[in-house]
Design a protein around this ligand. Structure first.
Ligand SMILES: *Cc1c(COP(=O)(O)O)cnc(C)c1O
Length: 411
């Protein structure tokens, strides 16, 4: 029997994560389904930023590096992230961007695994990951060979010449989830290292880096972690590897004793050696607030809710608009990350018309409408209502208005 809006309201009333929505400041009348691109604003963030600016910076000035613990922020924020991704507190730091962290770890990994030369990745994966590996290949001039492969050929290709496997746990376009444990097992047997990009999984999946045997990981602070636009990213290095890896960007913040001001670079003992320059304090303070919105949240519950919301949305779209969209993601919630992808040749104008009607998702070329179900603040009624509004846009043909076809710089 079809699910009703009343059923959804009852699911929300009984939702064990219902309390978390109150932690966010969401605009009235908007159903926000793009937390996978830019997480919503936590209510606590504006005040925290105002305090850091006025008191820590404005009044205490440079003393705040010590008195406000600024110097420890990359590790402190890293420890909070570690909690969400199945890592130990001393295996994660927050720093730089995902792109830069990927470069640092990939470079360190291939250096450690020389003379193995091959770096595997998934063809069609998030562009910056592929671009950074192309850049590394060019930089190392023939010392490595970057080999992007179709998804179905990847695991088989992990052989004795492979130094490193770089994969996004949740594919940004299809939402498909890799079996992390299976990839890590195969890589370990073959002597290759794994580097996971958790940009679309941290804060929405029940990620278990250590239990699954992951070696390295990076991820994004501004998506499900709610750190704000351009928030610092994070990186993970399994403890067993920390002493073995050298960052190519050997800046002073990764030095064993930055304030000894020695001429000679000497890496810090743990994951801190992967830091490079001075931490971005305002960004880290905002990210720390974003992470506090996960206090008391079970990631197993969050993951289950995200899958349920996606299932509900899909079911409603198929009931209201049979045959209008093709499915751009796995049907089974367990094989999908936090997003649902629908495909339509006019996906771009359809999404613009929908956004104007208060349902904010996004579009990924060539034809994908993405709907992200951030489990901390999206409700079951939101999934229901979003499908209703999509049905209105399609049935009225409203998306055909020419202005919806004008493509903006950011989609
Ligand atoms: C969002 C995202 C990034 C972002 O990288 P930046 O360096 O922060 O721009 C990288 N990789 C994946 C898979 C992403 O989804």
């Amino acid at each position: 029997m079809d699910v009703t809006r009343q059923d959804c309201a009852e699911l929300d009333a009984a939702d064990p994560l219902g309390f978390a929505r109150e932690r966010f400041s969401l605009p009235a009348g908007v159903i926000y389904l793009d937390g996978n691109s830019l997480g919503a604003l936590p209510r606590a963030t504006p005040q925290r930023l105002a305090e850091v600016v006025a008191r820590e910076w404005g009044h205490d000035l440079i003393r705040s590096w010590n008195t406000a613990g600024w110097i420890d922020l990359p590790a402190r924020v890293g420890a909070r992230i570690a909690n969400l991704i199945g890592a130990d507190a001393d295996e994660v730091v927050a720093a730089d961007s995902t792109s830069v962290n990927l470069f640092k770890l990939a470079s360190a990994a291939v250096r450690r695994n020389a003379p193995r030369r091959v770096v595997l990745a998934e063809a069609g994966d998030f562009p910056t990951d592929l671009y950074m590996l192309q850049g590394l290949e060019a930089q190392l001039g023939g010392a490595i060979e970057f080999r992007p492969l179709p998804r179905q050929d990847l695991i088989e290709a992990i052989g004795p010449e492979v130094a490193l496997v770089v994969l996004t746990q949740v594919n940004y376009r299809t939402g498909e989830v890799w079996d992390m444990a299976a990839v890590d097992r195969r890589a370990r047997e073959a002597g290759a290292l794994t580097l996971w990009d958790l940009s679309h999984s941290a804060g929405v999946l029940d990620v278990r880096l250590n239990a699954d045997g992951a070696d390295l990981a990076v991820g994004c602070g501004y998506k499900y972690l709610n750190g704000g636009p351009g928030a610092p990213a994070f990186l993970f290095v399994a403890k067993r590897l920390q002493g073995d890896l050298q960052t190519p960007l050997s800046g002073w913040m990764g030095h064993a004793a930055p304030f000894a001001f020695a001429d000679r670079y000497e890496p810090a003992a743990g994951v801190r050696r992967m830091l490079c320059g001075t931490p971005t304090i305002l960004g880290l303070a905002a990210l720390e607030e974003g992470l506090k919105s996960f206090d008391g949240v079970s990631m197993a519950e969050a993951r289950a809710k995200a899958a349920r919301l996606g299932d509900l949305f899909l079911e409603r779209v198929e009931a209201r608009l049979p045959g209008v969209f093709s499915l751009g993601c796995p049907r089974a919630g367990a094989r999908r990350g936090g997003q649902v992808s629908l495909r339509h040749p006019h996906g771009y104008p359809i999404m613009q018309a929908l956004i104007e009607r208060g349902v904010v998702g996004d579009f990924r070329a060539p034809d994908v409408l993405r709907f992200g179900f951030a489990p901390l603040y999206v409700r079951h009624v939101d999934a229901f209502d979003a499908a209703e509004r999509l049905a209105e846009v399609m049935e009225s043909g409203a998306w055909r208005e020419p202005r919806y076809a004008e493509v903006a710089a950011v989609t």
